[in-house]
Design a protein around this ligand. Sequence first.
Ligand code: F6P
Length: 324
Amino acid sequence: IKKIGVMTSGGDAPGMNAAIRSVVRTCAYHNIECVGIYRGYEGIMEGDFKPMDARSVKGIINKGGTVLKSARSKAFRTPEGRKFAHDQLIKANVDALVVIGGDGTFNGGLVFNKEYDFPIIGIPCTIDNDIFGTTHTIGFDTALNTVVDCIDKIRDTASSHNRLFFVEVMGRDVGHIALNAGVGAGAEEILIPEENLGLERLLESLHRSKRSGKSSSIVVVAEGDKIGKNVFELKDYVEANMDEYDVRVSVLGHMQRGGAPSCFDRVLASRMGVKAVETLLEGKTNYMVGLLNEKMELTHLREAVKGKSKIDRELLRVSEIMTT
Ligand code: F6P
């Protein structure tokens, strides 16, 4: 392998830049050429490549977003799109890819590898932490700190006005952000897609906490939770069935995806970038690098995309005890 292409794809996450930096510098360390590919698979098809050396990634470890930009490509899902992408890579003498993103990114990489036998390694980077084969995806820790910070602030208003707040956090299909940030911020109730509490039990729990002397409450709701159709309907339901609280909703939205990455995410991204490039240099392909038992490990991309990471049952129990 003489030239590696690196790209970011799917939703951005804090630490993406630290991962790009690590891939580029590891290539430089091993005297391999590196090209940055703009806007993920879209950029491959357009041949939007830029040679990168160790100095081109200076000053980005602390920046949110991605300097290579990101996109979700429809055209790459077609055989014609992938043929076009392959032609561009061959033309630019790129002979391996490091793809930074989530399961959509890895699925694209798998199909591409199958059709063209093109070496690919994935780096898991999404705030949702919903990838099998790593305890942490890049961006998850930063997003948790952002959410906890926001909930701490919302709590000031909740307790000043004796209010009940529903705080919606990201997590399309999973409750990792809600569960972890909910425990970290001392939420009274946490609603996640993996556990259907049911509206009745939610009401019971809110009544119980009111009786126990609480004058305000924070309920953290994962956006993928199925208890109500959406968080505003939850508010209406609780207001209609409980007159003890003044209820408000706060949807945190995309602020969870931005901001400077935490030290944890910067270190994780640096480790994963080194492991990704060195795995390619060992002649391996179709793996995702991950953090398991404190070590950098490899999981086949097929496994990584097949199973969503499971919610931590022990943490779920902790949250039940903490919310009594
Ligand atoms: O990055 C993952 C995620 O944050 C999900 O939790 C959320 O549903 C989705 O991205 C929203 O992404 P977009 O605004 O790019 O469609």
